[in-house]
Write a protein that binds this ligand. Structure first.
Ligand SMILES: [Zn+2]
Length: 137
């Protein structure tokens, strides 16, 4: 786990240094374009446009990295089991236990003492998935 996050950090550091180099080169190009303009009264629009877009892209990428939430490793998804009484329809939701499966018989109904069964097993969406769903809407 920690080895993995170390690798991620190293990749990120490498990525950031690449962006910084790109940014520096763009600045130099931009300065060069201004210098040419000052000296010869001629604007190198291509260099100007390229360096501006490279700088914008670099800033955007750095912001992307910084706003990324730090990964805390694999998050155990929350799984729930819904148990239902076949007679009165009483329902209870509890955390999933190993060995649970749909239609498996469960403890007798606390209301009518009839047999109950596992009606549904579902996984609660974690925060990241909720956000993703929100974007898709
Ligand atoms: Zn019942």
């Amino acid at each position: 786990m920690s080895k993995n996050s170390d690798n991620v950090r190293r990749t990120q550091a490498y990525f950031v240094s690449m962006i910084i180099v790109l940014m520096l080169l763009s600045f130099i190009t931009l300065l060069q374009a201004f210098k040419t303009y000052k000296e010869r009264g001629y604007m190198d629009y291509l260099s100007f446009a390229l360096s501006i877009s490279a700088i914008t892209l670099s800033v955007y990428m750095i912001l992307q990295i910084k706003t990324k939430p730090p990964k805390t490793g694999f998050e155990q998804p929350e799984v729930f089991t819904v148990i239902r009484c076949s007679k009165c329809g009483f329902e209870i939701t509890r955390k999933f236990k190993e060995g649970d499966y749909v239609l498996k018989e469960a403890d007798p109904c606390p209301k009518c003492k009839e047999s109950t069964f596992i009606y549904m097993i579902f996984r609660k969406a974690n925060e990241e998935e909720k956000k993703r769903e929100h974007y898709e809407l």
